[in-house]
Design a protein around this ligand. Structure first.
Ligand SMILES: Nc1ncnc2c1ncn2[C@@H]1O[C@H](COP(=O)(O)OP(=O)(O)OP(=O)(O)O)[C@@H](O)[C@H]1O
Ligand SMILES: [Mg+2]
Length: 330
């Protein structure tokens, strides 16, 4: 059996009276890609910052490779690399100089340092740009430089805080490939994300967090199974009809049904077509106009809807700092 490389027990972080991380416990296995999925302000960065010893936990325990980080903080530097949410490259320095600072921070010198920097530039496909100022690089190039910088000391565990937020599709796919390749080479990856598809496609297991708490933890398949053993039916209606339609469906057909703005989502189990037919005829009989209907296997979107009771916080007008995070709005 693979061992747990990270153990987090009853982790709490309070900022004054505000509880940003509320009693989180989880185990991360050696060799896996573990995702921490949650919307803005869920507590992802705060959790990661405690794991990396950047901020002190209010209470709780963290062990890295069997060592308590409070008792031996050096274990963090030794075993882990971090790519922060904000790209931290110094634009006035060249790519090579940026890497040098980091290599020296990890105590590298002479040929070892040179080798590590050349390897990093090659990994980032920046060999030809090593002596150019990082400030002149595109967003994708800066992110790649940031990634290889966090890998300069060849850590066993790599923590990536929202590695693809703000990247265009091409650079996002490139980042996914890089993450998969590093993982194939034996590196345990912990990443935070707001993107449901990213967590689904990359991660072996996912912890869904919201308001500082773990709402669910499992493989993408396990999480989806909690929504339905079979299919999910989505029916789009006029906004003003949705609540009423859900009430009637629950009452007359005894189905598990949730309202998400102008859409209702129904757990159809294994009887998808039969259920769809019954729902459509019921709504027609009740003279409720159906705008569109679809049957699909559960997605992580459905998981989140189930966990948050059918309403996604951002949909209710909570602050949305970045339009590209729109997936949480659906
Ligand atoms: N230093 C701090 N002082 C006070 N409150 C803080 C501090 N750092 C974080 N918070 C609050 O804790 C909560 C969790 O923040 P955190 O940055 O961990 O969220 P996140 O899940 O990383 O969100 P995002 O996707 O926006 O990066 C938020 O409500 C945030 O405002
Ligand atoms: Mg964050």
């Amino acid at each position: 059996m693979t061992k747990d490389i990270i153990e987090i027990d009853n982790l709490v972080k309070k900022f004054g009276n505000f509880v940003a991380v509320d009693n989180i416990s989880m185990r991360i296995k050696e060799g896996e890609i573990f995702g921490i999925l949650g919307p803005n302000g869920a507590g992802k960065t705060t959790t990661i910052n405690m794991l990396l010893g950047l901020i002190k936990a209010t209470s709780g325990f963290i062990e890295v490779d069997g060592t308590d980080i409070n008792k031996k903080p050096e274990i963090i530097k030794e075993k882990m690399g971090l790519m922060t949410q904000e790209t931290v490259v110094d634009g006035d320095l060249t790519a090579r100089q940026n890497l040098e600072i980091f290599a020296e921070l990890y105590g590298m010198k002479g040929t070892e340092k040179e080798k590590a920097i050349n390897r990093a530039l090659e990994d980032a496909k920046l060999e030809e740009f090593g002596d150019e100022k990082a400030g002149s690089f595109s967003g994708g190039m800066q992110r790649r430089l940031n990634l290889v910088k966090s890998m300069i000391h060849s850590p066993k565990i790599l923590v990536l805080d929202e590695p693809t937020t703000g990247l265009d599709v091409q650079n996002r796919v490139d980042m996914w490939d890089r993450i998969r390749r590093m993982n194939k080479n034996g590196i345990t990856i912990i990443l935070t994300t707001q993107y449901l598809e990213e967590a689904d496609s990359l991660c072996n297991r996912i912890a869904v967090i919201d308001h500082g708490q773990i709402k669910a933890l499992g493989t993408p398949a396990e999480l989806k199974k909690t929504v339905s053993e079979g299919s999910v039916i989505d029916i789009s209606l006029r906004f003003e009809d949705a609540e009423n339609a859900a009430r009637i469906i629950k009452q007359k057909l005894k189905l598990d049904c949730k309202v998400i703005a102008d859409r209702i989502s129904i757990n159809a189990g294994r009887e998808d077509i039969k259920t769809l037919t019954a729902v459509v005829s019921l709504l027609e009989k009740e003279k409720i106009k159906i705008i569109a209907a679809s049957v699909h296997l559960p997605t992580l979107d459905d998981v989140f809807i189930k966990l948050t009771g059918g309403t996604i916080r951002d949909a209710l007008g909570e602050q949305q700092s970045n339009a590209s995070k729109v997936m949480w709005r659906r």
